[in-house]
Design a protein around this ligand. Structure first.
Ligand SMILES: NC(=O)c1ccc[n+]([C@@H]2O[C@H](COP(=O)([O-])OP(=O)(O)OC[C@H]3O[C@@H](n4cnc5c(N)ncnc54)[C@H](OP(=O)(O)O)[C@@H]3O)[C@@H](O)[C@H]2O)c1
Length: 328
């Protein structure tokens, strides 16, 4: 089968389009013929080597997320059968052969049914982004219906799904994006208010826009840039979840005292298995009953995965980036 494989750590050029043997499912594993795979910033960090959460053995086929059809099952699998439409979320799977490939094998626990109303490219947008959005909102911030959440960086893979999940449970949602196109997508996802984080002083209107009720929860996609300023708008006893961060900052810890606020780290890699599986059951249900409708942005052919790795870091987000593996 065709796959993207890397034989060394390094820049995007280490990703090669090659022929590899088809993986075979063992006990409690399934094989999925993939139509699309999700591209996540984490896969670029892993590609460079030294990523704190995951350092694969080489050669390595990247990718944790995808969607397609079950084409083989191993002994002991009863929940799924060949022909089922599914999405793959294999971040925490014991075995995961990589979704940047025509077929992937992973634990059955990493594979969930995709309703007919959700396309394969939308299914590939779930995995890491959906489990991260769920974990940040519910397992870390413990957000409640009626609270106000700022999704600081809402136009990308994690942000758009976080907006949808927060709206679904009855939160008031403010999102930010850096382009007009991104702003439209955040609105389409149901945000009550959308601000442009590329414009100077864009948060100045936040108090009046929230009728001076303030913000209870912030999901932060770029903490090194925004964390200190977030405290201006956070309510007493508020929670900030650090989802994304690309550097360090000069920060005054006194800010946390004044508001008895919590700064909570979040990494899907740390999720206890029961919480991770719980999030996937909730995601599967939200897809089925209309609570989640992933928005796909750029679709890039599998063989151009190296371009996808450059663009996911360098270009503005306009929905979730996916790799097209086979036309559905
Ligand atoms: N902790 C975890 O377990 C976990 C899981 C998944 C992702 N992440 C991290 O979370 C971040 C987002 O992931 P993703 O998959 O959504 O990536 P993505 O699809 O590339 O989206 C990046 C998001 O960050 C926004 N952004 C850019 N500048 C910003 C600023 N100054 N303030 C606030 N937001 C800003 C982008 O907005 P514009 O492009 O519209 O400007 C976009 O919404 C990445 O750093 C990723 O590594 C962490």
């Amino acid at each position: 089968m065709k796959a993207i494989q890397m034989s060394s750590f390094g820049g995007a050029e280490v990703l090669k389009y090659v022929d590899v043997e088809e993986p075979v499912p063992n006990e409690n594993e399934v094989r999925v013929k993939l139509y699309y795979a999700g591209v996540n910033p984490a896969e670029t960090y892993i590609r460079q080597g030294g990523y704190a959460f995951f350092e694969p053995e080489l050669p390595y086929i990247p990718g944790f997320d995808g969607a397609g059809i079950v084409d083989a099952i191993g002994p002991g699998v009863t929940r799924l059968k060949p022909g089922d439409r599914v999405f793959v979320a294999s971040t925490l799977a014991r075995r995961k052969t990589g979704t940047y490939a025509e077929k992937v094998v992973c634990d059955v626990d990493a594979v969930y049914l995709l309703p007919e109303s959700i396309s394969f490219e939308q299914g590939a947008a779930l995995g890491i982004p959906a489990t991260a959005a769920y974990r940040a909102l519910f397992h870390r911030a413990r957000i409640k219906p009626g609270e106000t959440v700022l999704i600081h960086g809402a136009s990308g893979g994690v942000g758009l799904l976080a907006v949808q999940l927060a709206k679904y449970i009855g939160a008031n949602v403010i999102g930010t994006a850096g382009t007009e196109e991104g702003i439209e997508l955040v609105k389409q996802s149901g945000a009550d208010i959308v601000l442009n984080h590329s414009v100077a002083n864009y948060l100045d209107t936040l108090p009046s826009l929230t009728h001076f009720k303030g913000i209870d929860v912030i999901l932060e996609m770029l903490a090194n840039v925004n964390l200190e300023q977030d405290f201006t708008y956070l309510n007493k006893f508020g929670r900030i979840v650090v989802v994304g961060n690309r550097g360090s900052l000069d920060f005054n810890p006194r800010l946390t005292m004044a508001k008895e606020a919590d700064i909570l780290g979040m990494a899907v890699w740390n999720a206890p298995v029961h919480e991770y599986n719980e999030s996937l059951v909730a995601i599967e249900a939200a897809l089925k009953n209309g609570g989640l409708k992933p928005i796909v942005g750029k679709i890039i052919p599998l063989k151009e995965a190296s371009r996808a790795h450059i663009e996911i870091i360098e270009s503005k987000a306009k929905g979730k980036m996916v790799l097209e593996i086979t036309k559905s």
